[in-house]
Design a protein around this ligand. Structure first.
Ligand code: ADP
Ligand code: MG
Ligand code: ZN
Length: 482
């Protein structure tokens, strides 16, 4: 790449609350009949007074803390003036110079490398209404207007698409762990704004380009990646042609990542920010902030570190911190007695992320509701590690538990006599039978080295999965003179 990409992100996040940011209208607008959750405050009618939603502010502060930000004890709301059909008041209540949270960071990992992305600010504001374009007309649904929105602004610390993807994923994990929002991008609960410029070689390492292109309202990571590619092309052609780059706001033309000029960047002056006259300054006391801090449970990176220290492989740890249903169940198994060494933990995690996850999906159930108990699972894997049962038997017992919906691995094994055959003389009976039943294979065995595995498979089948595959193979080789 000829130019170094410089990227900063702004993330808009819907905080999960019952009511809107400044009134008691319901904030649940998804799939609702249009324009049923509205009131004079939503519309800024004369005499209507906004009252800040404490729960939303709590969530904003909780997220700020989870993102390692400093909290401003003396904060305030500001009025950002502009007119747009989806903004019924003609202004948005937001925070300009004193956001609730400032100067934080997020730790991201790319493979074995870790990096810090600096968070510039986290502030609280309100969402706009929803415009619905129908042919020539545009309809507006005001249910969403005034719902709580948290904005997270990063420093321009990204250079690659991988960093952006890792950040988006980690941020979403943190948001979910802190129970601030479900952050479901398909539902528009988390949206991105890209700020991007290209650095020409004449700039020093610490210098930033004196322009930035802002692309608003990007609803998915894959589109974000496409926009970055498109903008790299577009901007580098302009720079190559000697054009003077100026800041612009651009919109998405389509989902393939193309962008269109909307306006050359307005400065903050154009919005005529001033302190919101209808809301007194916000004073946050330290006791409240500390109480919020203490309510934050384990965060994704702490959880990942815990798993790595336990000896799990990176890939398994990453699955568990992203898919917390699995991770939580793994933690429950680990609370059972006799689960606390690396060998068993590794084995447990592999089984959870392959076979158990498979059963859960196939049966359309969940880790929480499935009939397999942590005790049964641990019991089975311990037998497996002690070579008392084979992997096939583990699968079979789990399948029976899923099918019958009843726990009881120990009884199933006893009833069906599934303990592994380690006794050679018993195993020999199966081996002899398979050899005599498969004369042709045996005759060609020297030419076809894979045939032994085939015979091992047949012995496994004869023994209903109870034969130890290694012992069986040895025995076969011995008998067939291989
Ligand atoms: P303003 O104060 O003008 O709104 P900020 O400094 O808050 O601008 O930056 C807004 C966003 O733009 C941030 O995400 C920031 O990281 C990003 N940004 C700032 N300068 C650049 C640049 N030269 N290139 C790309 N992104 C930038
Ligand atoms: Mg912006
Ligand atoms: Zn309202």
């Amino acid at each position: 790449m000829k130019y170094q990409t410089v990227i900063g992100l702004e993330v808009h996040l819907q905080a999960k609350t019952n009511s809107k940011m400044f009134c008691s209208c319901s904030s649940d607008y998804f799939g609702k009949e249009a324009n049923i959750n509205i009131c004079p405050v939503c519309f800024g009618l004369p005499g209507a007074l906004p009252v800040p939603n404490e729960e939303a502010i709590r969530k904003c502060i909780k997220l700020s803390l989870a993102l390692n930000c400093k909290i401003n004890n003396n904060s305030k709301f500001d009025r950002k003036n502009y007119y747009y059909p989806d903004l019924p008041k003609g202004y948005q209540i937001t925070q300009s110079d004193i956001p609730f949270g400032e100067d934080g960071y997020v730790e991201i990992e790319i493979g074995d490398d870790s990096r810090r992305i600096r968070i510039k600010r986290v502030h609280m504001e309100e969402d706009t209404a929803k415009s619905i374009h129908e042919g020539e007309d545009t309809l507006v649904d005001y249910n969403k207007s005034g719902t709580p929105l948290i904005e997270i602004v990063t420093e321009p610390d990204f250079q690659t698409v991988e960093e952006i993807a890792a950040f988006a994923k980690r941020l979403r994990q943190i948001i979910r762990y802190a129970e601030v929002s479900d952050a479901e991008m398909q539902k528009g609960q988390m949206r991105f704004e890209l700020n991007m410029s290209l650095k020409t070689p004449d700039l020093a390492a610490h210098e930033l380009p004196d322009y930035r292109i802002e692309v608003k309202n990007i609803g998915s990571i894959s589109v974000l990646e496409k926009v970055i590619d498109f903008e790299y092309e577009r901007q580098s052609i302009e720079i190559d042609n000697g054009k003077k780059m100026i800041s612009q706001t651009r919109g998405l033309k389509n989902m393939s990542g193309e962008t269109l000029l909307q306006r050359t960047k307005e400065s903050a002056d154009d919005y005529r920010y001033f302190p919101e006259p209808d809301i007194p300054p916000i004073k946050l006391d330290d006791t409240w902030i500390n109480e919020i801090k203490e309510s934050i449970k384990e965060l994704p990176l702490e959880r990942k570190t815990r798993y790595l220290e336990l000896g799990l492989e990176l890939e398994q740890a990453d699955i568990f911190i992203e898919d917390t249903d699995r991770g939580d169940w793994f933690d429950l198994v680990c609370q059972e007695e006799g689960s606390n060494d690396t060998k068993i933990a590794k084995e447990l995690s592999k089984w959870i992320n392959s076979d158990i996850a498979g059963f859960v999906e196939k049966r359309k159930t969940s880790f929480e509701k499935m009939p397999l108990t942590t005790k049964d699972f641990l019991y089975l894997l311990n037998l497996l590690l002690e070579n008392k049962i084979t992997g096939t038997v583990v699968k079979k017992v789990i399948e029976i538990i899923f099918t019958t919906g009843k726990a009881g691995a120990e009884e199933i094994i006893k009833e069906r006599n599934l303990l592994q055959i380690t006794d050679e003389s018993e195993l020999e009976k199966f081996v002899d039978k398979v050899i005599s039943d498969n004369e042709k294979v045996v005759k060609d065995i020297k030419k076809n080295p894979n045939a032994v595995k085939f015979l091992v498979g047949l012995v496994m089948r004869e023994s209903r999965g109870k034969a130890n595959p290694n012992t069986t193979e040895e025995l076969l080789k011995e008998k067939l003179d291989l």
